[in-house]
Each structure stands twice: as structure tokens, then as C-alpha cells.
Design a protein around this ligand. Structure first.
Ligand code: ADP
Ligand code: ZN
Ligand code: ZN
Length: 653
């Protein structure tokens, strides 16, 4: 009997051997017994001998043709090694659920080919044409490009052009987009331009659709595979180009279990396939700007908006002079002007719900979550207090639990309260609120977008779901209400992210020929960030930030990893990290700094206490060497099974 080596989705750094009476090709799914259960695993190899006695047998071979081919397996192995994550779990994360569950690898419904494609009614600009030429010159080998184009400069037009050329050679193209909102619009743009099959991979699809898309990518039928971060793991045998749109977006990093960055993995996938990689954005991350400085990637610039549109005029309103709540009179006046001219206006506020604080004005008591170190947010339409960390809900009290007075009130604003306030000022104007509460229903987001795209005057109220990529042609003015928290944050990335957000949100204004306007309300008008944002000088601001990071030896000038632990018993979480720190220090790699354990910014979440141990080095190899050795000796940690813990490589939070 032959022996097969199988990867199983369990949090253990090893594979498992099973007997099998037939040879099974690498990459095939098998059903095997595993601790009183049957599980689906992937065959990684065949062997004659095993170090383990009393092997159990494979119960069923599920595929005639391997589900994972060598290139994609190599890529998954690389990912598992880099993120120090068990290969079984990495493979499992890369497969659509139906394949993980052992369902048949068969396409149910083939997506139609786009046939009624339209050519654009404009000529590409010189800047676009230059970018296209440069990228296509490199089409037969690995090369990374940063397509740095201001908002509305026509980056998508560049994507479409180069995609067409690659398709014409019979190759496939992978396009990655951020998580929320953008995908349907992007799919339509690709479908209506390219005569090919465009398949989507994102969370709004049902499991059958996800499996079909995966299989059409795998069998080469899909010319374009367009998806959110997990699409980086789709098998694409004739991959000829990778495009990642809005490269700076945080949603490319997975923040649970297998914590990979699809943006960073793009580099590896493109190198392994020996193809070009295009990273597009108006606000490049500092990581990519450093890559440009280090000549690892080439920057292509689109400095002008396409089609004659001009950049919006940006101004500040000093909120220290406005004590009257959230909306300054000046902002309301400006909104009225634009609406009366038949234009649309958008207000951005990064908080959903009605009000962030529910408190007693007599004694200062404040509604807090019993399970988290966090206040509860009042949601008016359901009349509940909600915790945005653990999801707990309760009815708001009528009298103060401390002083028993009927003196409870809300404080501050979320989207829901803003919508209410606006309807008192603008009773005749439709208000469209877009946040996680109003878009929970599957088609809701699309319906809102449709209403906006009709062009009728309206006020759009939204959270950061609206910051990305959207192209609303009749939107003339954007008001940014409350982003001061980002100026005060202790996170060293906060100002980078705030600058990106301000520029992206501003970029929604004035997409056609008339100049748009952006108004930012702030209590800190003298903060240096505004100097740059007001004049759209993102690159200069980013260079300043890069200098600061360089002198502080922070990423991207050093590399970080986090060891996080959480437990119901606070002491236990801390003690585990002390034990881990002891093991790490015993490895004696001096170039890696270790500090902590430190309590998380929000120490308690859902009754668990969170602690972090920070590792940092400017020698990435040394850092990874240390983590590999740590993993090999992990079993020596006594508290290992008493707490929940994980490693986060290149953390962003
Ligand atoms: P970006 O992705 O850079 O923000 P888009 O690709 O969405 O920009 O383009 C912005 C708008 O400009 C779109 O409506 C697009 O159709 C239009 N556009 C793109 N290229 C051109 C061009 N060469 N001439 C005229 N309009 C263009
Ligand atoms: Zn009270
Ligand atoms: Zn909570």
C-alpha cells in the first residue's frame, strides 16, 4: 500500500500520513478520519515509508483531477511559510467553502460572455497612453508598477487597456479590489468593455456562485478574475497580469485567523508567474512609495483628471468658532447653494448609529458594554444601545442606574442622527444614508448607488464605505464632518491613513467639467496635514511621513510582527506572552527587538483580555528566522493551550 501525506485544516504545524491503495496526485482532495471525525484534506505527496505506526486509511478520493496545481500550491506554501501559519489552514482559507466541505468540483452555471461591449467615446490621454506603453513593454516578465493617478485621472481606463492586450494573447488577468462597495461597479466596467468572461469572487455571492467562479478561473474559461482579497488564491493557469486597485486600502489585509496581506502577496504571485503587477491608487501607501525610492517598482504618474475635469477646491471650517453642534452654518449655506443648482452633496462622517455616547447629565454615568472596554452606541431606529465590538445590545435605561434621575441624554453624532438633523434643514431633499446598517440587505447598496447615479439632487450621508473609488458624476460638493480623532490617535499610521481618507473622500467631488468643492470641518485647522491636503500635495506629505518613519525606524524602514494573546483570565494572557518572550529571547538573535507584553488599546473585548508582544527588526530575515525557531519550540510553552494566541506578520493595526 502507498502512503499519502495530507494537509488538514487544523492549527498544527504539520501534515498527516495515511494509507491509500491507489496513487493519488498531489493537489487532490481526500476524505480521511481524524480524531473521531471525517475531514477533507489535500494530498501533498506520496511516500513509501512513514515515521508513524498504525496509519489509518484514506476513505475516499474526491477528485479525478487535482483541485490545486503545482504553481498555486507553491504559492500557498510560500504564504504559509512567510506568515508562519499552518499549511492545512492556509490551503483551507484558499478554497471556496463548497470545496472545503467536499462537494463536487463541477460548474453549475457558466457566466455569460460579454458580447454587447462598448468602446469608450473618448481618446486616451497622453499620460494614460504613456502608462499603458510602459506596462506593456514589461508584459512578458515580472515587473512591479505603481500607477499613481489622482482621483478621477482614469486609472481604470489604463487597467482596461492593458487587460485587453493581455487577453488578446490568450492569457488571464487577476484584478483585486477593496472589500466594500466597489466591486459591482468595477465588474460592470470590465464586462461592458471586454469581450471575455468576467468572474467575480467576493463575499456578496452565494456559495454556488463562488465555486463556479473559482472553477472557471481554474479551467481558464474566465478571462478576468475580479475579486476582493481572497481572490489572490484563485488558481489561474494562464495568468498574464495582476492589477490591484486602491493598493493603500486596509481591507487587503485579512484580520482574523490566517492574517495575510493580499497586496503584499501579489508581489510573490507575480514573481512566481513571471508577469507584470500594477498597483493603482491616488494615495500610495508609504510601503509602496519606499519601494519606488528603492527602485523595486516603477512609478507611473497620472497627474491630471481625465476628460477635462479639474481637482476640487478644498477649504477648512474652523469649528472652534461653531459651538452649535455638528453642522456649521457655513456648511449648510454651501449645501443649499449646490442643491438649488440641481447638484448632489455628500457628507462624510465615520461613525454609524445615532449617537456614540449615552450618559447622565447629573452624575456623569455613561452606558458601557459589560463585556468590553467600550461605550455603547445608541441606535435610534431600533431604540437599542449596541456595542460595536462584540455586538451586544440592550434597551436604554430610562433613569440613571447610578443617581436614579431621569436625566439621561445622548451626546455626539453618528450617521443616523446626522440624517435626522439634515432632514430638519432640508425637508424637500432626499437623503440617502449609506453605512453598514442601511446596506445589510444584499441588494441594498446597489439600490442606493442606482438612486445616486440617477443624478437627481440629493444629500448622501455615509461612512468610509463611500470613500473608495465611486464615480458620481453629479456630485459637486463633499463635506467632511468629524475626522479630528485621526489627528489625535497614538497609532503611528494614523496620519497616513487620515491623509489618504481625506484625499479619497475629496476625490468624489466634481468628477465632470465643473470644479467641485470640498469642505473640511476641524478644531485643529493649524495641523500640518491640512497644508498638504488643501493643495492636493499628497506625495509631499507622504515624503514628510517617510522621513519621520525613517528616523524613528518604524515600518517600512523596519519589519514588525505581533504575538497576540487573549484569555478570560487576564493574568494568564499576560503570563503566556512573558513565557513566549522568554523563549524568543533565548533564541538570541540580537537584531530583533522584543517589547511587551502590553495591554491592547481596548484591553477587554467580549470578556477576553487582549495583550500584545511586539517584535521589530530592520533585518526581515532575522525576524523570520526567530519566528521559525519559536514555532519549532512552541510546545515547550506551558500556557500554550490555556490562552488563545496568534502571530500577526506585518501588522497594520
Ligand atoms: P480613477 O479610477 O483614476 O479615479 P476613472 O477610471 O474612474 O478614474 O475615470 C474617471 C472618469 O474619467 C470616468 O468617468 C472615465 O470614464 C473618464 N475617463 C477616463 N479616461 C478618459 C479619457 N481619456 N478621456 C475622457 N474621459 C476619461
Ligand atoms: Zn446619574
Ligand atoms: Zn461589547
Amino acid at each position: 500500500m502507498a502512503i499519502v501525506e495530507v494537509a488538514i485544516p487544523v492549527p498544527l504545524n504539520k501534515t498527516f500520513d495515511y494509507l491509500c491503495d491507489v496513487e493519488v496526485a498531489v493537489g487532490t482532495r481526500v476524505r480521511v478520519p481524524f480524531i473521531r471525525k471525517k475531514v477533507i484534506g489535500i494530498v501533498l505527496g506520496n511516500k513509501d515509508k512513514s515515521e508513524v505506526d498504525n496509519l489509518k486509511s484514506v476513505e475516499e478520493v474526491l477528485d479525478d483531477v487535482p483541485i490545486l496545481d503545482k504553481p498555486i500550491l507553491d504559492f500557498l506554501f510560500w504564504s504559509a511559510k512567510y506568515y508562519h501559519h499552518p499549511i492545512g489552514e492556509v490551503i483551507s482559507a484558499a478554497l471556496p467553502k463548497n470545496l472545503r466541505l467536499g462537494k463536487e468540483a463541477k460548474i453549475k452555471k457558466v457566466t455569460g460572455l460579454s458580447i454587447d461591449t462598448e468602446k469608450p467615446d473618448y481618446k486616451i490621454t497622453d499620460e494614460q497612453s504613456h502608462a499603458i506603453d510602459e506596462i506593456l513593454k514589461a508584459q512578458n516578465s515580472y515587473h512591479g508598477f505603481l500607477l499613481h493617478g489622482v482621483t478621477g485621472s482614469g486609472k481604470t481606463e489604463v487597467y482596461l487597456n492593458i487587460t485587453q492586450t493581455i487577453l488578446d494573447q490568450g492569457k488571464q488577468v487577476l484584478v483585486l479590489v477593496p472589500e466594500i462597495g466597489l466591486t459591482p461597479q468595477m465588474i460592470t466596467r470590465f464586462e461592458s468593455r471586454l469581450e471575455t468572461r468576467v468572474v467575480a469572487i467576493h463575499s456578496q455571492l452565494n456559495e454556488t456562485q463562488k465555486l463556479d467562479a473559482y472553477l472557471m478561473a481554474k479551467n481558464g474559461e474566465a478571462g478576468v478574475v475580479l475579486g476582493t482579497r481572497s481572490a489572490i488564491f484563485a488558481p489561474i493557469p494562464n495568468l498574464g497580469l495582476i492589477i490591484i486597485d486602491e493598493e493603500h486600502d486596509g481591507s487587503f489585509k485579512q484580520q482574523s485567523s490566517f492574517r495575510y496581506s493580499a497586496r503584499d502577496l501579489c508581489f510573490i504571485r507575480a514573481k512566481q508567474a513571471n508577469i507584470p503587477l500594477v498597483l493603482g491608487t491616488a494615495t500610495p501607501s508609504l510601503e509602496m512609495l519606499k519601494n519606488v525610492l528603492d527602485k523595486k517598482i516603477t512609478r507611473l504618474i497620472l497627474a491630471k483628471r481625465a476628460g477635462g475635469a479639474i481637482m476640487p477646491k478644498v477649504s477648512l471650517i474652523d469649528m472652534r468658532q461653531h459651538f452649535d453642534g455638528l453642522l456649521s452654518t457655513l456648511l449648510i449655506e454651501k449645501m443649499k447653494q449646490y442643491l438649488s443648482k440641481g447638484k448632489q452633496v455628500m457628507l462624510f462622517i465615520n461613525r454609524r448609529g445615532y449617537a456614540p455616547v449615552y450618559y447622565c447629565k447629573e452624575c456623569g454615568w455613561k452606558a458601557e458594554c459589560g463585556r468590553c472596554d467600550s461605550g455603547m452606541i445608541y441606535h435610534r431606529h431600533i431604540n437599542r444601545l449596541k456595542c460595536h465590538h462584540c455586538g451586544d445590545e440592550k434597551m436604554p435605561e430610562h433613569t440613571c442606574p447610578e443617581c436614579k434621575q431621569p436625566s439621561l441624554e445622548v451626546l455626539g453624532y453618528g450617521t443616523e442622527r446626522l440624517e435626522e438633523t439634515l432632514s430638519s434643514h432640508f425637508s424637500d431633499t432626499p437623503i440617502i444614508r449609506i453605512d453598514r446598517d442601511t446596506t445589510r440587505r444584499k441588494k441594498a447598496f446597489g439600490e442606493h448607488l442606482k438612486q445616486i447615479n440617477s443624478g437627481e439632487p440629493c444629500i448622501i450621508v455615509g461612512t468610509q464605505m463611500l470613500a473608495k473609488g465611486h464615480d458620481f458624476s453629479n456630485l459637486a460638493m463633499v463635506g467632511i464632518l468629524d475626522t479630528d480623532a485621526g489627528l489625535l490617535s497614538l497609532d503611528f499610521r494614523a496620519t497616513e491613513h487620515l491623509a489618504q481618507l481625506l484625499i479619497q473622500v475629496s476625490g468624489r467631488a466634481g468628477r465632470n467639467k465643473e470644479q467641485g468643492e470640498v469642505v473640511i470641518q476641524t478644531r485643529y485647522p493649524d495641523h500640518p496635514i491640512f497644508n498638504y491636503v488643501l493643495s492636493s500635495r499628497y506625495t509631499q506629505f507622504a515624503s514628510q511621513l517617510l522621513k519621520q518613519r525613517s528616523s524613528a525606524l518604524l515600518p517600512p524602514f523596519s519589519h514588525q510582527a505581533l504575538l497576540c494573546a487573549n484569555a478570560k483570565n487576564k493574568q494568564m494572557a499576560e503570563d503566556f506572552l512573558r513565557e513566549a518572550a522568554g523563549l524568543l529571547k533565548s533564541i538570541q538573535i540580537d537584531v530583533v527587538e522584543i517589547w511587551g507584553p502590553v495591554a491592547n488599546i481596548i484591553e477587554k473585548k467580549s470578556d477576553y483580555y487582549y495583550f500584545n508582544l511586539y517584535l521589530q527588526s530592520n533585518d526581515r530575515k532575522a525576524l523570520h528566522q526567530m519566528l521559525s525557531t519559536f514555532n519549532e519550540h512552541i510546545d515547550t510553552l506551558k500556557l500554550k493551550n490555556k490562552v488563545r494566541w496568534y502571530l500577526d506578520i506585518d501588522p497594520i493595526e
